[in-house]
Design a protein around this ligand. Structure first.
Ligand code: GDP
Length: 271
């Protein structure tokens, strides 16, 4: 049975050796310090930690699970308070990754080399949002394009605030000049006008992110795509290693059509 969430024959093939050793696949929907929240094909969410062997073999921060990763869970869980905690034995090789230099010493105590941090893994498409209001700035779009290309992710340019657009024609020419051949969608996240045009890029099992400068309408667009308040759908209950109850915010969402939307503070701050 397919575990959904973007699983495809390529993942199945990459997972085969793990299946042979009794492991099961799951996708990381949130990471909170040392704990990952993983979701399996039965849409069950549970917390998970890497195995001792995994930790021992990890050299750099980017070796650890990130949101969007596919992981192989060991056949046996460990007991942690009222819930079993799953054990991550391996991460499947990432197809794409958004990275940034690790800024703090969060992993320094564990003796890891200074390294890039993976903000999101296995993203297929990045919606690069710019506002068609007075703040329109093609240079910023250019920077996000560079981030998408260097991460291996397909860019789609989203020109938002169509309802108050200034000089749409001129701006389309400017965008075409910096991004020849890249799909452009003109919409209004606020009114919902033409948001459905994004669906062409949100096939079932595809994973998308929304990138762009502050104020361009990312949150408004994410809410329009989710179709419900993320506050309601975003919270995940978990128990930490001492059995204490905590709440983590899920960062990978399943959209109504079966595509996935990855939205993290780190991705929002990416520039
Ligand atoms: P973010 O910082 O990129 O997440 O941007 P927000 O989603 O918070 O939006 C910034 C401001 O732009 C808010 O006041 C939104 O209501 C407004 N906004 C977002 N999308 C649209 C739109 O399509 N049309 C108009 N007129 N305003 C919008």
């Amino acid at each position: 049975a397919s575990p959904g969430l973007g699983w495809d024959p390529g993942w199945s093939e990459a997972f085969a050796p793990h299946a042979a050793s009794g492991r099961s696949p799951a996708r990381v929907v949130a990471v909170h310090k040392e704990t990952s929240i993983v979701r399996d094909g039965a849409s069950r969410e549970r917390s998970a930690v890497v195995s001792g062997r995994f930790r021992h073999g990890a050299l750099v921060a980017s070796d650890f699970p990130a949101v969007g990763d596919w992981v192989a869970l060991e056949a046996t869980a460990i007991e942690a308070g009222p819930d079993d905690q799953a054990v991550i034995g391996a991460i499947l090789p990432r197809r794409t990754a958004f990275r940034r230099a690790a800024s703090d010493g969060s992993r320094r105590s564990s003796g890891l080399l200074t390294d890039e941090q993976v903000m999101a893994a296995n993203v297929d498409v990045a919606f690069l949002v710019a506002g068609l209001d007075l703040d329109f700035n093609p240079r910023r779009l250019e920077r996000y394009l560079a981030v998408a290309w260097s991460s291996g992710v397909q860019p789609v340019i989203v020109l938002n605030k169509a309802d108050i657009a200034d000089d749409l024609e001129g701006r389309l020419v400017a965008v075409e000049a910096i991004a020849p051949g890249v799909s452009v969608v003109v919409l209004s996240a606020l009114t919902g006008e033409r948001v459905a045009d994004l669906m062409a890029h949100l096939g079932a099992g595809r994973t998308a992110v929304v990138l762009g400068s502050s104020g361009v309408g990312k949150s408004t667009l994410v809410n329009a795509l989710l179709g419900e308040d993320r506050q309601v759908t975003g919270a995940v209950r978990e128990h930490d290693s001492r059995g204490r109850h905590t709440t983590t915010h899920r960062e990978l969402f399943v959209l109504p059509g079966g595509a996935l939307l990855l939205d993290t503070p780190g991705i929002r701050a990416l520039e």
